[in-house]
Design a protein around this ligand. Structure first.
Ligand code: ATP
Ligand code: MG
Length: 335
């Protein structure tokens, strides 16, 4: 059986949280053995879509790299690189614009959610973000894209972009599959369980960071919003408890029904304590390794350099095909 080509990107904006860990990072670590190759990218070019500080951006890129390595990404078993080191991403973004319509981008709910009322002031980069994301994936002819549920629409769009490209210019790009985790594809903010936990839009108290100290994690779970009932069961009108059940199930590697059975008759207070302890344990190893890895920026740069070289070697021939199909450069013999 041929192994999938896995690609996923993660933003270096802010500090990564439990939602990123459960929805994405956990899948990356598992993907290293399934994928050939498994390619993971710190998408620093996406960061300009919201206001940011250049000095801080570099710091956050290192933070994100040390978090991913701390979680178990192994540069020997995957390709880990920084997006801006591989120019093919930006060139392909522009070329894919030819088969992306303004209407497509206008339908993207993430853009609408992120801009809110300030639509006129939002950067063009924020509007255009899904095209760069399509280029990220399509440049590698990736077959699988492990992401959280919030990226479903963007993956659907990149699939459509690939299909349109192939229909117009000939079979060139691969239409990738969306891969969501079975449990935890959408971890919710602990304070506002109707909204996803998020790097840029969430509440500070409702966002559990991967690097939070154990006591901070305990406090955040302790003040998690629940409901006026008393039963630890999943239900549409119990978004807070449902979210906590999902989190505990993932942290323990158990299924949700087993969690419900275990906490039948227990109070919310004890349940929240159990979730907090499980999460402290779940994130502990990553936090400890992060502390060892983060100070050595030169070593992180070496990981990026080696990763970028491998990534470029994969993306360059795809770009050559795309240019050729689109009529750029001198006609190739193969064409
Ligand atoms: P931002 O709010 O700035 O978009 P983010 O928190 O969504 O940041 P990203 O770097 O955009 O973080 O996302 C990285 C990965 O984490 C993506 O695959 C995304 O789908 C996933 N992810 C983000 N938030 C959650 C969440 N609450 N639950 C599960 N997965 C998530
Ligand atoms: Mg996001």
């Amino acid at each position: 059986m041929t192994k999938p080509i896995i690609f996923s990107g993660i933003q270096p904006t802010g500090r990564k949280h439990l939602g990123n860990f459960i929805g994405a990072i956990r899948q990356y670590v598992e993907g290293q053995d399934r994928g050939d190759p498994a390619i993971f990218c710190i998408v620093d070019l996406h960061a300009i879509s919201v206001p940011y500080d250049p000095v801080e951006l570099r710091e956050r890129v290192y933070d994100t790299a040390a978090t991913l390595l701390g979680a178990g990404l192994d540069p020997e078993r995957c390709i880990l690189f920084r997006q801006s080191d591989v120019r093919e991403h930006t060139e392909l973004t522009w070329l894919l614009s030819a088969v992306t319509s303004h209407g497509d981008l206008n339908r993207m709910t993430q853009f609408k959610e992120k801009v809110g009322k300030d639509r006129e002031l939002a950067s063009a980069a924020l509007f255009y973000y899904p095209v760069l994301m399509a280029a990220d994936v399509l440049a590698y002819r990736a077959t699988e894209v492990p992401v959280g549920d919030d990226q479903r629409q963007h993956v659907e769009l990149m699939r459509e972009i690939a299909r349109r490209f192939n229909a117009r210019f000939g079979e060139t790009l691969v239409v990738p599959e969306l891969v969501l985790p079975e449990v935890g594809a959408r971890i919710m903010d602990l304070q506002e369980p109707e909204r996803k936990m998020s790097t840029t839009g969430g509440t500070p108290q409702g966002t559990v960071l991967v690097l939070d100290e154990p006591d901070v994690v305990r406090k955040k779970f302790g003040s998690a919003v629940t409901d006026s009932g008393r039963e630890v069961v999943r239900a549409p009108d119990k978004p807070g408890i449902t979210n906590l059940i999902d989190i505990l199930a993932v942290a323990r590697g158990a299924d949700q029904a087993a969690v419900e059975a275990e906490f039948e008759g227990a109070g919310y207070g004890d349940f929240k304590k159990a979730v907090a302890e499980a999460v402290v344990e779940y994130l502990g190893p990553t936090r400890e390794r992060y502390a060892e890895l983060r100070p050595d920026e030169a070593a992180l740069e070496r990981v990026f350099a080696a990763g970028a070289e491998k990534a470029r070697a994969l993306a360059a021939p795809v770009l050559a095909d795309v240019r050729d199909r689109m009529g750029y450069g001198s006609a190739s013999q193969a064409g």
